[in-house]
Every structure is written in structure tokens, then in C-alpha cells.
Design a protein around this ligand. Structure first.
Ligand SMILES: [Zn+2]
Length: 446
């Protein structure tokens, strides 16, 4: 098949990934113990060198895997935010399939042209706790200047020692970004970070933008509507921005959501293909065909373009004033739903939409509990029908046998109106007097 991308053979890349990716990494979160055996296995290969760069705060090793020995130096790191694992799987997949992939898409002598360094999981302690921050509670990506974290020190040492020509800074973003003003989640977002508040474009930054244009073109083969361009406001304390200031063509890739893809395997695959196509474009000088316009043609990565559940056109009353509003609800990692926005949300799309046209939200009403209460389904439904949407008191006294979500708070809400940040529990009534309960974001007809 003739491809519009003459060098990166996209079909070959996809089928190699499908058959050789590390299946055991198809999960919602990755810890050091998930990747340690894979790193050791890769290190046995004659074309890969493993270096222990140092240790995290809690003494977990931080490894670097290196392949190739050419003058063009690439440095890639992942999971500096412990709860952002997608690219960690991707870089390990990439190293696994690189010899086969290179045979179809890179110059024959690629190993003498380029040296590829990969640091998978820069923040293994945060990965263990599934937190953004490290063991010290510090966001490593705000420590690029103070260097008070061992992990940030390791990264900065690597930048000084290796003087990379190209640096890949790999993260995950929340699932609510869209590609432009669309309903499509941004499965991949790119950025060539600024190295100065004025956002100058010097030669390395131009090359980063050109490489991104190449990657976006390759990925558009699969994801024509799911690629965003991240905001380039200068971030003084962040690594990407500071590394861009060293003259490295620095590229941020954010992995994002994709429909029906809870483990972000689409973004994982796209990371592999994006990085490979960047190396390909770099070694063949193909990136020079791209212009700044090609970079800016990528739609904005729009924050809060999506929400998990959107209720459209509800009626509410606050201090005797009635009004119409939309309400969006997001689930956190533990599955708890809370209200994210209230108002005119016509620009926001949703993974799930509830057309609640003109249903009236009843004032939030609580049942106080002062003695043990066993909540059967029938008893709960009766309370919901009576307009009770939550409980107040000692949660240990409430035994929920209803099979439905229950909210029990120590103190009542200080308002009887829905408010951003509040748990998504309320009762509403439509024009036909049918009553509905929203329990942890789920709608139940009463
Ligand atoms: Zn991040």
C-alpha cells in the first residue's frame, strides 16, 4: 500500500505494536514492580545498555536504557508524575520493537546516527502511591530550578551530561481536554515548550515544532480528530521549559482519553508511533519540510471541553430566584462523582449526556441519623421519594443494604442548592411530576 508518509511505515508500526507490546502493562496504573522485570529483560539485549542513574527518595532505582551510538542524542523520560503511566508502557514497547521497526522505517545505519536514551518512570515513589508528587510531596515538574528532589536532580544531571539534541517529556493529561472546540477527547496533545515568557522561537524550538507537525501528520492516519496542541505559556519551574532553554528541541507529549479505552492503550500506541516517526523525520531531515503554520494548524488542547456527565437545562432556585442551568459531573479516580460546573455549559461536551429539560432540582434535604440505621432498598427509595438526597451523622451507624450509592456527611451542606465541588447527589422532578434521583452521578427513576 502506498503511504502518504514515505518513511514511517505506519501499518508496519501498528502491527508490530499489536503483536509485541507488553500485554502485562495493559492496566490502569503502573508501579516500579510492573516494569522492573521488563527493564532487566531489555537490558540483556546486546543493542541496549542499562545504567542505574541513582535512586528515588524512597531508594527505588531509576534506570536509563540506551540504544544506538550516534552523534544525534535523544533523551526521553516518563512518569515524572507518578500517576501518569501511559508513556512508561509506550517507551518499553518502543524499545522492544525498535529493531524490527527500524528495518522498515529508519536509515540502515541508524545506530551510528543516533543515540536514544530512555528513563522509564522518573518518579517510582509517586507511582507506588499513585500520586502526582514524589515521596517528599513535591511536584518534580515544579522543581527544575530548586532541585530539591533526588529525581529532579537525576534528570537535570542527565541533561547536563548528555546535552540532548531532542528531549521527549512524556505525561498524561486529564480526560476532559478536547481537540479544539469539538466533542473529541484529545488522545494526544503536543507542545514545544517556551524557554522564555516572550515565547521566542529559536532554531531548536522551531525544530521541535516541525517534529511535532511530522508526528501529528503521522498520527492523523488514526486520530484525525483527537490531536491537540498544548498551551505554551512559559512555566518557570518546569523541566520542559528549562530544558528547552539549554538548546534541546523539547517536545511534551500528553497522553489523554479515548472513547472506550479506560487503560489509555490508544494513547500508548500513539506515543510509540509518534516518537518513532519523530526519529525517522529527524534522521531523514524530513522535518525541514514543515513550517510553523503546520504546527499551529493542530487545534488547541481545550481544557474542560468534556465532562463525564452533563445534565442539560435544569431548573434551580437560589434565594427565591429561579433560573435555568446545565450541570456537569466528573468522577474521580475512586469513582466518586462531584459537580464540576454549573451554568451555561453549551460549549462543553460529555461522555454521557442527560437531557433533563426543565426538570426542577429540589432543595437538598438531609436525613439526620443519631442511631444505627439499616438502609434497605425500599427504605431508601421511600426517603428519596420524600426528597431526602443525603444523610448527616456518623457514617459508621449507617448500614447500606440498598445496592445504591449513599452519601453520608458529618455536617450538612451550608446551602440547599447544588454547588461546584459538591458530591453529585440530588433529587429532581420533571413537568409530568416524575421524580428522579441522581446518586453519585447516576440517574435513577423513582
Ligand atoms: Zn504530568
Amino acid at each position: 500500500m502506498k503511504s502518504s508518509h514515505p518513511n514511517t511505515n505506519v501499518q508496519a508500526a501498528e502491527s508490530l505494536w499489536q503483536t509485541h507490546r507488553y500485554g502485562e502493562l495493559d492496566k490502569s496504573h503502573l508501579r516500579f514492580s510492573d516494569i522492573d522485570p521488563i527493564i532487566k529483560t531489555l537490558a540483556e539485549r546486546p543493542d541496549i545498555t542499562m545504567t542505574t542513574l541513582g535512586h528515588s527518595c524512597a531508594r527505588r532505582p531509576i534506570y536509563r536504557l540506551t540504544t544506538g551510538h550516534g552523534p544525534m542524542v535523544i533523551l526521553t523520560w516518563t512518569q515524572m508524575h507518578g500517576d501518569e503511566p501511559t508513556a512508561t508502557a509506550a517507551v518499553l514497547d518502543w524499545l522492544r520493537i525498535l529493531p524490527d521497526l527500524a528495518a522498515t522505517s529508519l536509515p540502515k545505519d541508524w545506530q551510528s546516527l543516533v543515540t536514544i536514551h530512555v528513563i522509564p518512570m522518573l518518579n517510582p515513589d509517586g507511582a507506588e502511591r499513585c500520586t502526582r508528587v514524589n515521596e517528599q510531596g513535591i511536584d518534580i515538574n515544579r522543581d527544575a530550578r530548586q532541585l530539591q528532589t533526588p529525581e529532579g536532580n537525576i534528570l537535570w544531571q542527565q541533561v547536563n551530561e548528555l546535552s540532548p539534541d531532542v528531549a521527549f517529556n512524556l505525561h498524561d493529561q486529564n480526560p476532559y481536554y478536547t481537540a479544539g472546540q469539538s466533542a473529541y477527547p484529545a488522545t494526544i496533545a503536543f507542545l514545544a515548550p517556551a524557554f522564555h515568557p516572550d515565547k521566542h522561537v529559536d532554531a531548536p524550538r522551531l525544530r521541535a515544532k516541525q517534529l511535532i507537525a511530522c508526528m501529528a501528520e503521522t498520527l492523523s492516519h488514526w486520530l484525525p480528530c483527537h490531536i491537540g496542541r498544548y498551551d505554551d505559556t512559559y512555566s518557570l519551574r518546569s523541566f520542559g521549559d528549562n530544558i528547552a532553554g539549554t538548546g534541546a528541541s523539547t517536545i511534551l507529549i500528553e497522553s489523554g482519553a479515548h472513547p472506550q479505552d479506560p487503560h489509555r492503550q490508544v494513547a500508548r500506541k500513539m506515543n510509540v508511533i509518534a516518537m518513532h516517526s519523530a526519529i525517522d523525520a529527524l534522521l531523514c531531515n524530513r522535518y525541514q519540510e514543515k513550517s510553523l503554520a503546520d504546527y499551529y494548524r493542530i487545534p488547541d488542547n481545550v481544557e474542560d471541553g468534556l465532562t463525564d456527565v452533563k445534565f442539560s437545562q435544569l431548573q434551580q432556585t437560589c434565594h427565591d430566584t429561579a433560573y435555568t442551568c446545565d450541570i456537569s459531573v466528573n468522577f474521580n479516580a475512586s469513582g466518586n462523582a462531584s459537580i464540576s460546573h454549573i451554568g451555561d455549559l453549551s460549549t462543553q461536551s460529555a461522555f454521557k449526556s442527560v437531557a433533563a429539560f426543565d426538570a426542577m432540582v429540589l432543595p437538598l434535604k438531609a436525613r439526620h441519623i443519631s442511631e444505627p440505621l439499616t438502609l434497605t432498598k425500599d427504605a431508601y427509595l421511600e426517603l428519596l421519594n420524600a426528597g431526602i438526597c443525603y444523610f448527616v451523622g456518623d457514617a459508621s451507624m449507617l448500614s447500606n443494604k440498598s445496592g445504591m450509592p449513599v452519601l453520608c456527611l458529618a455536617e450538612p451542606f451550608d446551602t440547599d442548592t447544588l454547588y461546584p465541588g459538591a458530591p453529585a447527589y440530588w433529587i429532581m422532578r420533571d413537568a409530568a411530576q416524575t421524580q428522579w434521583a441522581v446518586l453519585n452521578g447516576e440517574v435513577i427513576e423513582l
